[in-house]
Design a binder for this molecule. Sequence first.
Ligand SMILES: [Zn+2]
Length: 76
Amino acid sequence: MATCPRCRGHLTDHHRCPRRPAKVAAELALAAVAGGLLALLVVALIDPGAHLTHVDLAAVTVGMLGGIGLDRLLRG
Ligand SMILES: [Zn+2]
């Protein structure tokens, strides 16, 4: 039985490497940061003077969750 060069599991026809928790967490964090920054950018465009400070936190939260959701959706 051949072994997978990446995860060293049995290389069957339907082999898929198990996802490493650390890598998954890093991807989630990256997606959250990207989403949060994107949301901040959108808020900055909508509200250049930053008068609506309470919107920032809400936008970042939504952006982070959206980024995570999109990441989950794209990666399955
Ligand atoms: Zn593998």
